[in-house]
Design a protein around this ligand. Structure first.
Ligand SMILES: *[C@@H]1O[C@H](CO)[C@@H](O)[C@H](O)[C@H]1NC(C)=O
Ligand SMILES: *[C@@H]1O[C@H](CO)[C@@H](O)[C@H](O)[C@H]1NC(C)=O
Ligand SMILES: *[C@@H]1O[C@H](CO)[C@@H](O)[C@H](O)[C@H]1NC(C)=O
Length: 196
């Protein structure tokens, strides 16, 4: 009775239960949801900041994952724009603005646009199993897959463009991270279709 740990238990476990709250649930939900993705640690890292907003809803979580990915793609695009050219030589500076770097900025711009469209599609899904649900789910899957293709186009272009040698490694690292987030977001979107 006098044991203070009982009071602590009462306060932190029983009282929240009484009010129907479960403070551990959002993190647990994100952890188990991220298990379906190819990069679960990355998934948790980016989504764990969201718990209050995602409310155990698979579609809210998918939306958050898509939005996080769009924001990341935009940040990488700004990172590339701000990158100093690989050398002081004006010809190198010029080549920095062309070829693969230009392709990557273009494909990132498309990626941001497609990921934002997919957020809208998930918002419009409506009731699970309805015709509208299937239509918007399929649109979201199409947009996210297209964003992945864009990112691969950038990676291919970086490999082929000799003039991009000086900036290839840092750009590649950032694009690969965006691709991993995109792949995770696609897995969370695909999962919306497998509810039974
Ligand atoms: C809270 O939710 C998690 C995951 O759903 C569950 O494992 C845990 O037992 C719950 N805790 C309480 C006190 O209900
Ligand atoms: C997406 O992220 C941006 C930037 O953090 C935020 O302002 C916006 O509200 C988010 N949108 C959704 C639908 O989550
Ligand atoms: C993408 O490019 C278009 C046209 O150049 C521009 O209007 C738009 O703001 C760009 N989007 C982003 C996210 O930079």
């Amino acid at each position: 009775m006098e044991n203070p740990s009982r009071l602590i238990l009462l306060f932190f476990v029983l009282i929240p239960c009484f009010f129907g709250l479960n403070f551990s649930a959002p993190a647990e939900f994100i952890h188990s949801s991220c298990k379906v993705t190819q990069y679960p640690a990355l998934c948790e890292k980016y989504l764990s900041v969201y718990p209050p907003a995602v409310h155990r809803s698979p579609s809210q979580l998918a939306k958050a994952a898509l939005n996080v990915t769009a924001n990341r793609a935009l940040a990488v695009s700004n990172f590339i724009k701000r990158m100093p050219a690989s050398g002081k030589d004006p010809t190198e500076r010029k080549s920095h603005g062309g070829g693969a770097v230009r392709d990557c900025l273009e494909t990132l711009n498309d990626s941001v646009d497609r990921l934002r469209r997919s957020v809208t599609e998930v918002e419009r899904m409506g009731r699970y199993g309805s015709r509208s649900f299937k239509w918007h789910l399929s649109n979201a899957q199409t947009w996210v897959s297209a964003a992945l293709t864009d990112q691969n186009t950038c990676l291919d272009s970086l490999l082929q463009d000799k003039s991009a040698a000086g900036v290839r490694v840092p750009i590649r690292r950032q694009i690969v991270a965006v691709s991993q987030l995109t792949s995770n977001a696609l897995a969370l979107v695909n999962r919306l279709d497998s509810r039974n």
